[in-house]
Design a binder for this molecule. Structure first.
Ligand SMILES: Cc1cc2nc3c(=O)[nH]c(=O)nc-3n(C[C@H](O)[C@H](O)[C@H](O)COP(=O)(O)OP(=O)(O)OC[C@H]3O[C@@H](n4cnc5c(N)ncnc54)[C@H](O)[C@@H]3O)c2cc1C
Length: 228
């Protein structure tokens, strides 16, 4: 267990509790390979192999990344367990190539839903491509009451014998969901290059930033050159 990266804090054991964590969380479950894995995958072209990483290997990685020789970066991979609102998952699942996604299914589970609680409501921007700007004052209590009502109605439907696959229709996009996301180093670099950017929605960027931190720690040299 490598720990849960939540915000800038490393947490370890709370993640699996359904009722505890309502914040966005990214846990690096597993990784395959190191920077050296990528170097050896590239050097096999010349039947080469190394056991220790040196400056020449960094130069090779820089060259591979610069010239988009992506396949050596496909031999190193990471597996994450991520918790985030549905509207964030909906954006991230669009990244497909080199990535595998398995998500909790509300056809099969019917535990009490958790909802994302924004600390501020961003305003509508003048330039629609930016997504949001500034902050607006809204009645946060109304939001909390609405989420509670949805949760209550969901429980009522279940208690009436309605199947979870139908009862979930009343659950909103702010509901927290969880998924395993595995993929190659190259694929996650593409995700981060797109989703750590300024034009990405803040909540989605939060997930990407946490993936970015974990990858930087796990594959420091490759990540330095893959991230643009
Ligand atoms: C800021 C932002 C706003 C967005 N807004 C919207 C939106 O409004 N609506 C919406 O639907 N999506 C939107 N997207 C999602 C976007 O269109 C992509 O689906 C998403 O970014 C995944 O891109 P990817 O290059 O990682 O795709 P992947 O599916 O992971 O593909 C990786 C690469 O493989 C290649 N590839 C994949 N499939 C094919 C194919 N069939 N044919 C040829 N080449 C292929 C492409 O080079 C692609 O870059 C948005 C993304 C961002 C970052």
């Amino acid at each position: 267990m490598k720990g849960v990266l939540r915000g800038k804090i490393l947490l370890c054991s709370f993640f699996r509790s359904h009722n505890y964590c309502m914040a966005i969380a990214v846990e690096l479950i597993d990784q395959m390979g190191t920077d050296l894995t990528v170097v050896n995958a590239a050097r096999v072209s010349y039947a080469g192999h190394k056991d220790t990483f040196d400056d020449r290997d960094e130069k090779l990685i820089a060259y591979l990344a610069k010239h988009n020789h992506w396949s050596p970066f496909g031999h190193a991979s990471m597996q994450f367990r991520i918790k985030a609102p549905v509207f964030v998952a909906r954006q991230l699942v669009k990244h497909q190539v080199g990535l595998i996604w398995n998500e909790v299914s509300r056809r099969y589970v019917d535990y009490e839903p958790e909802f994302y609680h924004p600390t501020a409501w961003r305003g509508k921007p003048r330039d629609s491509k930016q997504g949001s700007e500034g902050e607006v004052a809204v009645d946060q209590g109304y939001y909390e009451r609405l989420m509670n009502s949805m949760s209550t109605y969901y429980a009522l439907l279940l208690n009436s014998g309605v199947a979870p696959e139908m009862a979930r229709m009343v659950l909103p996009q702010s509901m927290m969901t969880e998924w395993y996301w595995s993929g190659s180093l190259h694929a996650f670099a593409r995700v981060c290059n797109l989703r750590c950017a300024e034009d990405t929605q803040q909540e989605t960027r939060e997930v990407a930033d946490l993936i970015d931190s974990a990858a930087k720690n796990a594959f420091p040299v490759c990540w330095k050159y893959l991230r643009t």
